[in-house]
Each structure stands twice: as structure tokens, then as C-alpha cells.
Design a protein around this ligand. Structure first.
Ligand code: GLY
Length: 360
């Protein structure tokens, strides 16, 4: 299978490289992009036993000095305590401004290692080595880094672009089904946002033979959005489709419902709300009448609804980053392949959620 490279024109610019066998080659590839240095590899307790030695060997063979930091896996650990441990580790290893952090793992690892890199010495380079589908199609690209606060998801963070992303698609072929499904939700989101053709490829279930191509399509779309709106002043907000309700579901569950599962339910709720509130264009009605978003979510083994009531979700969404004063910007599918931003008073959020909460 071929290796694909997508160039992201942000500041700094970087390549996202997608294909098999990239962890074995990470040393030589990163020597080209970031140069030889002390590489601090941050990973979690699920991923480290699978891939850390492979990465260490490749980096050391290429000439890097390597240190490793492994934290306890899980969204519940994406907090100040773990961030502080990572920062102390970087300081203890005496990383300097010419050194680099590598995030080896899924979205939690990428977000936290990226934030540690943004804070340590007021910013050192970092690279993303995503090992989950969710990180591959979404979180490893675009430079959002964050930890969760008790008040909600991703509430403390920074925009900091990575110096490179190496997405080894071999890692994705052995993911447990629920972890794979989690990433499929973000791929489906991309289809709803930008391409009925992409949506239709994912709709019946994600085929392994098309995986590399689908990841590349998702990354190419995201790269374009991030290039035009790096700091989420406008267009990038569209990437939050399903996320206002999704983040609220995650928070209500005490972060036991994984991100992609929560976003899938959030997307289905927004699709039903758009239909029930009469927000669809005539052209869109046909696709929505067929309930395609809801069915696709279910085909991927994801939830299309939630047990948490609209009131609790609206309350949880009050600390959402997309709120500005008394209004909040939500992302509304207007047809498959196109979504719009809609700013509503926060007081209306509950009725919007209510309109899409229960399946017909
Ligand atoms: N995950 C949405 C974004 O990167 O903007």
C-alpha cells in the first residue's frame, strides 16, 4: 500500500504522512523533519506495551537520544495532575528548546503531550504518532491541545501545530472494535461536513481496504479548514459538529462514554433536531427523511441517542468552549455534505436538544 503525504500550510507548516510501517521508519523520517535531538516519547499504559519499544528502537537507530514517559490510559487522566507529571518528566530529562516531544497514542495522549510541549520552556517542538483511528482522522492534525477540567472537556489548552504527523495505519488494523468505532464517528462527521461521496463510503461500515484512503480524505479536508482558520474564529467551528451535545454527554457520564461515541450521538441528535425544527433545505429533506445519519451511526456500532435528558445536557453544555456570553454556536447539518453554523441564545439550547433527543 502506498504512503500518502498531506502538507498542512499553517505556522509552522508540516506534513501528515499516512501509510503502513511508519513506526518502524519513524527515526529516519523524523531525522529529516525535526533533526537529531533528544526525543521525549509520551505514551499511555495501553499503547506503550504495543509500540513504545518499536518507536524507541527506530529513533535510537537513527541517532536520537530517547526518554520515555508513560501515563495511565484514559480520558479520566487527561487532567492537571498528569500534565504536571509530564512537565516534570521533561524538566527531569533536561529537555532543551532544541529538543522534541513525541505523542505516541490516541487523542488523549496527543492532546496532553501537545499541551505539555506548548507549555514547557514556553514551547518546544512536538510530533504526533497517532495509533487510533480517532487520532488519525482528527485529533493529531490541526494543533489543538488540551486537558479537561472538572467543569468540562478540553477547557484548558493551546493551539500549537505539530512539527510532523506520522500515521502508521498498521496500528489501526488491530484496534478493539469499540476503539475503532470511536474514530469512525469522526470520519463520518467529516463526510456529513464536506462530502456525500465520503459519507456514502463510510455509511455501510468502514472497510479496512479503504481505510488509508478515507483517512487521507479526512485529513485533507481538515488541513484545508485549519489552514483557512487556524484559531477557530469561523469555519473551523464546523469541525465541532456533534461536539456540543457530545461533550455534554461525556461530562454527564463522568467521561466513561468515549469521545467518538458521544459525538456520534450528538450528531444524530443535531440531525433529528434540524429536521424537526424545519432547518433543512428542500434539497436536503430527502436525505434526512431517509434517516441516513442516524442509520450510518448505528451501522458503525455507535449510539444514535443518549439516556441523559435534554435539561442535563443543556446544563452540562453551559461550560462549552463554543459559548460566547449568552449565546452558543451550534453546527447544524443542512444536507449530507454541508453544514452551517447557527448562533442561538443559550436559553434555547435545551429545546434544540429536546427536538432531536429521542429517535422517532
Ligand atoms: N477536533 C476539531 C478541531 O480540531 O477543530
Amino acid at each position: 500500500m502506498s504512503i500518502q503525504t498531506i502538507h498542512v500550510r499553517t505556522n509552522p507548516e508540516y506534513d501528515v504522512v499516512i501509510g503502513p510501517g511508519l513506526l518502524e521508519e519513524c527515526g529516519s523520517r523524523l531525522r529529516e523533519t525535526v533533526g537529531l535531538c533528544h526525543m521525549a516519547v509520551v505514551s499511555d499504559s495501553n499503547v506503550a506495551p504495543l509500540y513504545l519499544e518499536r518507536v524507541r528502537t527506530s529513533l535510537e537507530r537513527a541517532g536520537f537520544t530517547v526518554s520515555t514517559c508513560v501515563f495511565h490510559a484514559g480520558e479520566a487522566y487527561k487532567n492537571f495532575n498528569t500534565l504536571s507529571d509530564i512537565l516534570e518528566f521533561l524538566a527531569g530529562e533536561q529537555l532543551t528548546r532544541t529538543d522534541c516531544v513525541a505523542a505516541l497514542g490516541g487523542g488523549v495522549t496527543g492532546d496532553m503531550a501537545g499541551l505539555a510541549a506548548a507549555l514547557y520552556l514556553r514551547g518546544v517542538k512536538y510530533v504526533q504518532l497517532p495509533t487510533t483511528l480517532l487520532a488519525a482522522v482528527d485529533s493529531s492534525v490541526g494543533g489543538k491541545t488540551a486537558i479537561d477540567l472538572r467543569a468540562g472537556k478540553n477547557l484548558a489548552g493551546a493551539f500549537m501545530q505539530p512539527a510532523a504527523v506520522l500515521c502508521d495505519t498498521d496500528c489501526l488494523k488491530t484496534l478493539p472494535p469499540h476503539v475503532f468505532a470511536d474514530g469512525a464517528a469522526e470520519a463520518l462527521k467529516t463526510g456529513v461536513l464536506c462530502s456525500e461521496e465520503l459519507f456514502a463510503r463510510i455509511e455501510p461500515g468502514l472497510s479496512m481496504s479503504e481505510l488509508d484512503e478515507i483517512i487521507a480524505q479526512c485529513v485533507a479536508f481538515k488541513a484545508g479548514v485549519v489552514e483557512r482558520d487556524e484559531k477557530e474564529q469561523g469555519e473551523r467551528k464546523l469541525l465541532n459538529l456533534g461536539h456540543t451535545v457530545g461533550h455534554a454527554i461525556e461530562k454527564c457520564s463522568g467521561f466513561t462514554i468515549p469521545h467518538g461515541h458521544a459525538v456520534a450521538a450528538g450528531m444524530a441528535i443535531m440531525a433529528r433536531a434540524a429536521e424537526n425544527l424545519g432547518w433543512l433545505t428542500d434539497e436536503a429533506k430527502q436525505t434526512f427523511e431517509e434517516g441516513r445519519i442516524e442509520s450510518a451511526v448505528e451501522n458503525l456500532g455507535l449510539p444514535s441517542s443518549t439516556e441523559y435528558p435534554p435539561e442535563a445536557l443543556a446544563q452540562a453544555a453551559l461550560s462549552d468552549k463554543k459559548r460566547a456570553g449568552d449565546s452558543i454556536t451550534i453546527v447544524v447539518p443542512s444536507k449530507i455534505g454541508r453544514c452551517e453554523l447557527k448562533t442561538i441564545p443559550v436559553s434555547e439550547l435545551r429545546s434544540v436538544i429536546e427536538a432531536g433527543w429521542a429517535p422517532e
